[in-house]
Ligand binder design. Structure first.
Ligand code: 6GU
Length: 228
């Protein structure tokens, strides 16, 4: 999979994909993330990428032309599956969307800044709009990093048995159960006996019960029947 990210502040994305699981994915050539500096596609000698909004009002709007120039350079001779715009008013991101996007081959992500991008890009160019939650970030970069990370770890071959995504929180609309490691007794803080019992059936049952309990308490909406 390849993901091209278009950003006015590319420095914000310098390192998130160069460590741990994302680093391994890149080394195995399963995943390529390229960040493009929008400023390089700016208009005129000042490389302008934004302008005042029509109708007046505070805040700049990102111009059509630099973004289109960058997109056409990226997509020259290539098939693009999705052009995603990161914006607080997009569709709320979920594990389900991550699963869906992890099946694509080549995506472009546009990071919004200031008042966002010219509406005509959203109308004619963007194919999907994503928000990572109901709060406002100063730009789409950190949100894009969240999306890219959550997709990258789902690609076949990226995770091993130990880090398997199958048992993630949310993967079955269920949070993950609590986990423990050595020592079994830390100054009186004890690991539940059942986990030391060696009884795999009982342990599995215990984990399912704790996962259900935790989900009911913390994310009851995940347990509600879905109308789709
Ligand atoms: Cl995608 N962008 C910005 N700027 N803020 C956000 C967001 C995105 N998702 C939640 N808040």
């Amino acid at each position: 999979m390849k993901i091209d990210i278009i950003s006015a502040v590319p420095e914000l994305l310098d390192s998130p994909f160069q460590h741990s699981i994302m680093k391994r994915a890149a080394e195995k050539s399963l995943f390529e993330v390229v960040v493009h500096d929008l400023r390089k596609y700016g208009i005129g000698k000042h490389n302008k990428i934004d302008d005042y909004q029509y109708g007046g009002g505070a805040g700049m709007v990102m111009c059509i032309e630099p973004i289109l120039k960058c997109i056409s350079e990226i997509s020259a001779g290539q098939e693009i599956d999705e052009i995603i715009y990161m914006t607080p008013d997009g569709e709320e991101y979920s594990q389900k969307m991550a699963n869906h996007l992890s099946m694509k081959k080549h995506m472009i992500i546009i990071c919004g800044h200031y008042k966002g991008i010219d509406e005509r890009l959203r109308e004619h160019v963007v194919t999907k709009e994503i928000s990572i939650g109901s709060y406002v970030l100063s730009g789409g970069e950190l949100a894009a990093a969240v999306v890219v990370d959550s997709i990258g770890r789902l690609l076949p071959g990226v995770l091993n048995d130990e880090t398997s995504a199958l048992f993630d929180s949310y993967q079955d609309d269920m949070l993950a159960p609590p986990v423990y490691t050595r020592p079994a007794d830390y100054n009186g803080w004890k690991v539940p006996d059942i986990l030391l019992s060696g009884n795999d059936g009982k342990i599995e049952e215990w984990r399912e019960d704790r996962a259900y309990e935790r989900t009911k308490e913390r994310r009851p909406n995940l347990l509600k029947p879905k109308d789709e």
